[in-house]
Write a protein that binds this ligand. Structure first.
Ligand SMILES: NC(=O)c1ccc[n+]([C@@H]2O[C@H](COP(=O)([O-])OP(=O)(O)OC[C@H]3O[C@@H](n4cnc5c(N)ncnc54)[C@H](OP(=O)(O)O)[C@@H]3O)[C@@H](O)[C@H]2O)c1
Length: 293
């Protein structure tokens, strides 16, 4: 697999978003481990999780513990794997998502994540979402403390606008290496943030790069599969004899050298298929079709 950079760390150009392995609808343990192992076998070295990736009523960190178990059970090399986790969100019993950017919470959350991952420093720690009740600079100040204390090696932010990225860079300096925002063929609102990351040399990790987990499909196909507006992706995929998801990820990679997609999956087949996007080159003509959808 080709590589991309996260700060000074080289990772496979397609990462793996492990959220579908940890929230409602998750597969059983054997399939979850097999999916992570299929990703690693395919050359994926960036695994994204969060302390809030657990089913409603579950315990914070279930997703991180799963990633730690999967790495421990893998027979191959894992020293080149970067685990990216996040703090600053939680879940309600009815399946909602909360936000908590208070300094005390973030400090405790990062320390608990490091314990669960069995790794200090945490490879990449991302502030999950700005908390409107807490000045963003205050939450970012805790990330700087965690970097200084050696709890965290690299820092990222998520669900942010351009002003928040610039503030994070001011506070964290070059230890800020990534921005994780929603971005996919269907949802392109984060174009300004993607562009700013390209200018600043920050990795841009598009979340839900395939449009998210389909709620209407029992076999777990991505939302992109069902979207009638994305004929271009389906047409190019048919011509190349690959899946439209692989085309979507290759298109994302072509948006900028700093884009690093983290598609989710709950099956070895899908994660393997997505990983193949790292080596799919699209022609200028194909990209023009896809830019227009
Ligand atoms: N920072 C944030 O606020 C935030 C929010 C949401 C997500 N995220 C991160 O972003 C990651 C990705 O987002 P996501 O999981 O919501 O959605 P996604 O990556 O857009 O879509 C995941 C879905 O796509 C399917 N899929 C994946 N590869 C496929 C392929 N090659 N062919 C056919 N279907 C394929 C999967 O099916 P199967 O389940 O059948 O494998 C799964 O249902 C998450 O896992 C999480 O790590 C972050």
């Amino acid at each position: 697999m080709r590589f991309r950079k996260l700060g000074d760390v080289r990772v496979g150009a397609v990462g793996f978003g492990t959220m579908p392995l940890s929230i409602e609808g998750r597969p059983d343990e054997a399939r979850a481990l097999a999916t992570v192992h299929a990703a690693l076998d395919a050359g994926v070295t960036l695994l994204d999780t969060a302390d809030s990736y657990h089913p409603p009523g579950g315990a914070p960190g279930e997703g991180e513990l799963l990633v730690a178990r999967a790495l421990a059970a893998y027979g191959g090399r894992t020293d080149d794997v970067l685990v990216a986790t996040k703090g600053g969100r939680g879940r309600t019993a009815d399946g909602g998502w909360t936000v908590d950017g208070r300094p005390g919470h973030l400090r405790r959350a990062a320390e608990a994540s490091a314990r669960r991952l069995g790794a200090t420093p945490i490879g990449l720690y991302q502030l999950h979402k700005p908390d409107p009740a807490v000045p963003y600079a205050e939450s970012l100040g805790v990330i700087r403390e965690l970097l200084d204390a050696g709890t965290v090696r690299l820092a990222g932010v998520s669900n942010v606008d351009t002003a928040q990225i610039l503030l994070a860079r001011e506070i964290l300096g070059d230890r800020l290496v990534s921005v994780q925002n929603r971005y996919s063929p269907a949802i392109r609102e984060s174009e300004p943030e993607l562009r700013l990351c390209a200018e600043l040399g920050l990795a841009f990790l598009p979340w839900s790069p395939l449009g998210g987990i389909s709620r209407s499909s029992l076999d777990g196909a991505s939302a992109l599969e069902e979207d009638p507006d994305f004929g271009g992706f389906h047409r190019v995929a048919r011509e190349l004899g690959v899946s439209p998801q692989r085309v979507a990820l290759a298109w994302l990679l072509a948006r900028s050298e700093t884009v690093l997609p983290i598609p989710g999956a709950s099956r070895p087949e899908t994660v393997r298929d997505s990983a193949g996007a790292a080596d799919l080159d699209l022609s200028g003509e194909e990209l023009a079709v896809l830019d227009g959808r």
